[in-house]
Unconditional design. Sequence first.
Length: 219
Amino acid sequence: MPDEMLQRLQRFHDHTFPGVQETFETLVKDGQHPTILFIGCSDSRLVPYLLTGTGPGELFLVRNVGAFVPPHDMSAGFHGTAAAIEFAVLNLKVTRIVVCGHSHCGGIRALYEGAPPQATNLIAWLELGHEAVLPVQLSPEALRRTEQRAVVLQLERLMGYPMVRERVEAGAMTLHGWHYVIEDGEVHVFDVRSGGFVAASLAEHSGTGPYLLYDDGDG
Ligand SMILES: [Zn+2]
């Protein structure tokens, strides 16, 4: 039986890479200078490069179940997401942080339905979305509202990172809360003025964090 994964690797090297080789050579020579830290859910239907129209070198990506941000003061140790935030802000000096949740999120659904008891790490991780849960029965509408509330919750938690807060308050960094609706191919952006999410097709900016005045934003 042919090894399909191997075939894909060979196809990339032989056919795809030659078309982008120069781009990657430049990125190696000059180093990476992404301006965006993108924290997204691991869901396979969320494809950050597609929906932002970005390519190699443009997004510093962190993905996890639910697009959650652990608290800064509780996360010292083996914490991939917290380490990536610190690296992106302090080393790469990104100027935007996007937190991107999405529709039909299994992580957010698990906040209502629970996780397998042997998934001890997952159960602990889901605590990071707990405050977004609504005191109602799960419905498509409740799921969507919870997904959006979870995004805002993570933006607030990002402000607990001293290096993030400092830059946001100095106007050197913007936080963007997004909720991607898979079946519509549309991102809804958080607007701090209305406290809600606006479809990108109707929005005047690419989203504001909970602490940044809209007029100060550059997006
Ligand atoms: Zn998800």
